[in-house]
Write a protein that binds this ligand. Structure first.
Ligand code: GLV
Ligand code: GLV
Length: 331
């Protein structure tokens, strides 16, 4: 008998078509955002779900007695309560690696735009306010030859650091634990404590997963350690930065500028950002290239198909988060 899945958001039609080859699919191509109660109701008779950011917690799982696999089309999975997944023997999967380079590119774009005041310059042009050259117009800070500070040296952090070579930068990093010596050598990256990194870096890039421990990794105390000319870029998750504290630091020029792709409470954001000249804002587009979004969608589909025991990789989903639960499934 054919297994049932929910595809909770609109996805590429050909990926949806692939899923229909294996499953009875309820899809949401109109891309309505489900409430938690609607999601729970739709999962009541489903074996699997293709998710893009929707929250799956204890209450949703309790309403989904048949559910075995939830495939997230994202590398970050803070929308999954993994303890509840483990208790319910539900497999969660994510989409690591396929977005590393694309996300690192956006980190650099934001860092450079913040350092060189590009959004501010564009707003000036669009407002028709450019009428002359002046020696100090829109002067920013150098990227080439400066010190890059990467907080969170996972695969995306390493991709950010790798790009620094072409910019003649010193690379310092902080991470829960040091990365392998050969990676430090390859990236020419020096491990520092978080306070030392914040004091020495000209450009700080945040690339760590959002967890209880990483909540407000950057708050008022940390911003106070940074150089007054420094930039900070967040391509990781809202909540890693205390946005109210960052707004205050940008407003008082305690730091130079920020580049932000993620926000506390997104898709809403603290309106304080909108009035600041020295912040570059993008709407969570770190992985948003056609090729990478396709790779993510296909990897999520591969996980769902294999996790539910179908297709060429049946029983071996490529990127499981909690593979141990599979051993507890009765056949
Ligand atoms: C995007 O933020 C992701 O986690 O893939
Ligand atoms: C996690 O987000 C990573 O760096 O791979």
């Amino acid at each position: 008998n054919v297994k049932k899945i929910l595809v909770s958001r609109a996805i590429f039609p050909d990926v949806l078509e692939r899923l229909t080859r294996y499953f009875e699919v309820e899809s949401n191509q109109e891309d309505r955002i489900f409430t938690s109660a609607e999601l729970a109701a739709k999962l009541a008779d489903k074996d699997g779900v293709f998710i893009a950011g929707d929250r799956i917690n204890e209450a949703v799982l309790a309403a989904a007695p048949r559910l075995r696999v939830a495939a997230n089309m994202a590398v970050g999975y803070n929308n999954f309560d993994m303890e509840a997944f483990n208790r319910a023997n539900v497999l969660g999967t994510n989409t690591p690696d396929v977005l590393n380079e694309t996300t690192a590119d956006l980190g650099w774009a934001l860092m450079m735009a913040a350092a060189r005041r590009m959004s501010e310059g564009e707003r000036l042009l669009r407002a028709g306010k450019w009428d002359r050259w002046s020696y100090d117009m829109l002067t920013g800070s150098d990227v080439y030859g400066s010190t890059l500070g990467v907080i969170g040296m996972g695969r995306i952090g390493q991709a950010v650091a790798r790009r620094a070579r072409g910019f003649g930068m010193r690379v310092v990093y902080h991470n829960r634990s040091r990365v392998a010596a050969e990676i430090e050598r390859e990236l020419n990256a020096e491990y520092l404590s978080k306070p030392a990194l914040l004091a020495e870096a000209d450009h700080v890039v945040l690339v760590l997963p959002y967890t209880a421990e990483s909540h407000h990794t950057i708050g008022a105390a940390e911003l106070a350690l940074m150089k007054r000319t420094a930039t900070i870029t967040n391509i990781a998750r809202g909540g890693i930065v205390d946005d109210a504290a960052l707004i205050e630091a940008l407003r008082t020029r305690q730091i130079g500028a920020a580049g932000l792709d993620v926000f506390e409470g997104e898709p809403k954001l603290n309106p304080g950002f909108l009035d600041l000249p020295n912040v570059v804002l993008t709407p969570h587009i770190g992985s948003a290239t056609e090729a990478t979004r396709r790779a993510m969608a296909n990897l999520a589909a591969d996980n769902l198909i294999a996790g539910l025991g179908e297709g060429p990789q049946a029983g071996h989903p490529p990127t499981p988060i909690n593979p141990d639960v599979m051993a507890r499934w009765s056949r």
